[in-house]
Design a protein around this ligand. Structure first.
Ligand SMILES: NC(=O)c1ccc[n+]([C@@H]2O[C@H](COP(=O)([O-])OP(=O)(O)OC[C@H]3O[C@@H](n4cnc5c(N)ncnc54)[C@H](O)[C@@H]3O)[C@@H](O)[C@H]2O)c1
Length: 465
């Protein structure tokens, strides 16, 4: 192909092409027009430069300036994903977090984010400066916390609301995408407050520990619009494609739906996952109580492909940041609509904690141990997790404490200074912990416990999360 054709297919003017080829406009015109230059090195270098420019041109056409607010599991994984192709301001109120990310360190355990921060060329700008980030951006993605408030029986959305208010004050033209989990109807309600101020909702389905992986290989991309006008639908599609462009999976289904439907998709998905955990836990409680082999029953039940051999490993209950709060929020969203199942899932999870604590005490009785010392090995929910937010073992501890059982804890992520956790002694030395404990309670089994296997109480039958 000749120089002129390459320039035309890339939709460049002669001036732009001359800048790309590092020659004057006069020289560039000569290269294009005068056949005597065709065999020269200058001509060949110009061809190479324009060919290389292909990617830049493509990304220049689709690349956006985006601010992501809240750099937890959701925000940092989305910011990392999008910064492969776009300029992303990554904003948090925590200076400590922002400083770590500036040093290309992930503030929590996530293998892929760590690798991407260190090795990929990302256009990621960590900052605490919300104002100038938003002023320059076309999109603002909100990924701040929405904790459940037991007094109001719904999510506390104040951090999301304050970011929306600030964003629209700083830049009324910006498009806002809520990634935080919110109650059904929230996006429509808040949009109406701001006279349809360009707000969308996109539910996040990632798992902690695999936050970036789940965005590189998304199960689906859902974007919800509060109103089905052409402008909203096309912006929702554009945002979905920004996520898709960052993904490594080729066939990703995109669903553009109403914002309330998108909010419901998130809450019903998590409640179904909570149901599955509660269901296999009730199966396990039944087997334990009747002296049956739980593993055999689970295997037999899961053999039906409609049920499936996954997400069926017994535990002390569902927990973590999302399932407990999302099930409660969904229950409260039912208002006057009759429901039994959602409440039953929540009740079942509470019963499981009580059942497990009783079973632990019974085990001590069977072993003729008076005043047993129960050692809790790790507070976290999942294997190798670095947080214990709403972890199910916390309910077991609470129940044991109610019965005045002596509990000690081994949890390396508790800071060295802390000697007590919820009134229980924290033992820092694993060997001392193993010696002191009559029974070692572990929601998930670790090979580090092999030498004290006989003391271990776990329901981790399948040895997986
Ligand atoms: N963790 C998950 O697995 C998961 C999955 C899907 C959806 N979600 C939802 O996403 C949201 C965020 O969850 P997360 O786990 O990433 O939270 P997180 O607690 O890990 O991180 C939240 C971050 O937001 C920052 N922050 C709080 N208020 C802020 C503000 N006003 N401005 C700027 N930054 C602020 C905090 O400093 C923190 O770094 C929640 O609504 C959650 O329900 C979480």
């Amino acid at each position: 192909m000749i120089l002129k054709d390459i320039r035309i297919t890339k939709e460049l003017t002669q001036l732009e092409a001359s800048l790309i080829c590092f020659v004057s406009l006069r020289t560039y015109k000569r290269l294009e027009l005068d056949p005597k230059y065709k065999e020269t090195d200058k001509y060949k270098r110009a061809i190479q430069s324009l060919n290389k420019y292909k990617n830049t041109v493509n990304s220049r056409l689709t690349s956006k300036i985006i601010t992501v607010v809240g750099l937890g599991y959701v925000g940092l994984s989305i910011a990392t994903l999008l910064s492969q192709q776009n300029q992303v301001y990554a904003v948090d109120i925590s200076k400590e977090k922002v400083d770590l990310i500036k040093k290309k360190q992930c503030p929590f355990i996530d293998k892929d984010i760590s690798v991407f921060l260190k090795n990929k060329s990302l256009n990621l700008i960590p900052t605490t400066d919300l104002e100038s980030s938003i002023r320059n951006s076309e999109y603002v993605i909100i990924a701040t916390p929405t904790n459940y408030n037991p007094e109001s029986n719904k999510f506390d959305t104040s951090s999301v609301e304050s970011v929306i208010k600030e964003a629209l004050r700083i830049n009324p033209k910006v498009w806002i995408i809520i990634k935080s989990t919110v109650g059904v109807g929230f996006t429509k309600y808040i949009s109406e407050q701001y006279q349809y101020g360009r707000i969308l909702f996109s539910p996040e389905f990632l798992r902690e520990g695999k936050a970036l992986y789940d965005n590189l290989y998304p199960s689906r991309i859902v974007v919800g619009v509060p109103t089905r006008t052409q402008q909203y639908l096309s912006k929702a599609k554009q945002f979905a494609h920004l996520l898709k462009n960052g993904a490594l999976k080729n066939d990703v289904e995109i669903n553009i739906v109403g914002s309330s439907e998108a909010e419901a998709i998130k809450l019903f998905s998590n409640t179904y996952l909570a149901f599955r955990v509660a269901y296999f836990n009730e199966l396990d409680s039944f087997a334990l109580n009747k002296g049956l082999d739980s593993n055999d029953i689970i295997k037999g039940v899961s053999g039906d492909p409609r049920i499936g051999d996954f997400y069926n490993n017994p535990s002390f209950g569902y927990g973590g940041y999302c399932l407990p709060k999302d099930t409660k929020q969904l229950k409260s969203s039912f208002d006057d609509v009759p429901e039994k199942l959602i409440s039953a899932i929540i009740d079942s999870n509470e019963s499981r904690g009580k059942f497990i604590s009783k079973d632990i005490i019974n085990k001590a009785k069977e072993l003729n141990i008076d005043n047993p010392v129960i050692g809790i090995y790790r507070l976290s929910m999942k294997t190798n997790s670095d947080n214990y937010r709403e972890s199910s073992v916390l309910n077991v501890i609470k129940e044991l404490k109610k019965k005045d059982v002596r509990v000690i804890i081994y949890e390396p992520i508790i800071s060295n200074k802390e000697r007590l956790f919820n009134g229980c002694q924290v033992e820092k030395d694993l060997e001392v912990f193993k010696k002191k404990s009559d029974i070692i309670v572990a929601n998930r089994y670790y090979s580090l416990l092999d030498d004290v296997k006989d003391k271990v109480y776990t329901r981790d039958l399948l040895r997986r999360d």
